[in-house]
Design a protein around this ligand. Structure first.
Ligand SMILES: [Fe+2]
Length: 282
């Protein structure tokens, strides 16, 4: 995992709207985000990144599209957990389509716009404050710490829970239609899987689901470990592009090899793969 950056990426953030260096303004921004998390299950910071910033990040992602992993899978929302013993229509067994391109963290240049924002320690501190945590860490995983997904017409991101504590998303480009983020806030806890309510979410019951309006540049936080979520199918020719920044309360959080394979179709960073391949020359 690359080291953190202390200087804010001033060419990306809308500092007039989010003057984070001003203590009073920062406190107001944090209070508003906490209110959103408490009442809506998510915090939205619209236009956190400027249109020029999202355009630069979207262009970087599109340049990396040839290196992305094309996912076209049917997965259940509990991908890493066994479904043994559960009936066929149980939430533990139900599957949905995962169709998207995913770019691995190791494919982004350390000095490119995506990594300069993710590696900025000020963003990590802001996310920790919004979540009312004394400390938070970017996940250590060299592949899945920071990803960008690109979804074209007909693509969708199926129902799932995240395996790390918190994900921050930043929409870089909206599709013409569809591609809505839908979630059921706090639908389960560590002690209660709440399968009945999860089944209602999978059925599309609007009483348990939320579909916030998200515009490009919006920094969005929500607790994906306990909130089942999906992205509805993309309509129209313009791809939906979104950056996903992962955090954890532990400083050394790595995803499982199975998760890496699921998302990126590989479990090792490019450099390690190249070195291994080079070392097998004899
Ligand atoms: Fe997720």
């Amino acid at each position: 995992m690359p080291d953190g950056l202390t200087a804010p990426p001033q060419d990306l953030i809308d500092a007039a709207r989010y003057p984070l260096a001003d203590a009073a303004a920062r406190a107001r921004i944090v209070a508003a985000g906490r209110k959103g998390l408490a009442h809506e299950g998510c915090a939205m910071l619209p236009r956190f990144v400027t249109p020029a910033g999202t355009a630069a990040m979207a262009a970087e992602a599109m340049r990396l599209l040839p290196r992305s992993n094309r996912r076209d899978l049917q997965l259940c929302a509990y991908a890493n957990q066994s479904a043994d013993g559960f009936p066929a229509d149980h939430p533990r067994r139900r599957v949905s389509p995962f169709r998207q391109h995913v770019i691995g963290a190791d494919d982004f240049a350390p000095d490119g716009p995506v990594m300069r924002l993710y590696r900025w320690d000020g963003l990590t501190r802001l996310v920790a404050d919004l979540l009312e945590l004394p400390a938070l860490h970017r996940v250590a995983d060299p592949l899945l710490s920071c990803n960008v997904t690109i979804m074209g017409e007909g693509d969708q991101h199926g129902w799932h829970f995240d395996s790390n504590d918190f994900v921050v998303s930043l929409l870089l480009q909206a599709p013409e239609r569809g591609g809505h983020f839908v979630f059921a806030p706090g639908i389960r806890s560590e002690s209660d899987p709440n399968y009945d309510r999860v089944a209602r979410a999978l059925d599309g019951d609007p009483a348990v689901l939320r579909m916030p309006e998200v515009s490009p540049g919006t920094l969005a936080l929500f607790r994906g470990k306990h909130s089942i979520h999906r992205v509805t199918p993309i309509e129209g020719a313009r791809p939906r592009i979104i950056a996903l920044f992962s955090y954890d309360r532990r400083p050394d959080m790595n995803f499982t090899e199975r998760s890496r394979m699921n998302v990126l179709g590989r479990s090792r960073p490019r450099a390690a793969t190249a070195q291994t391949a080079g070392g097998k020359g004899t």
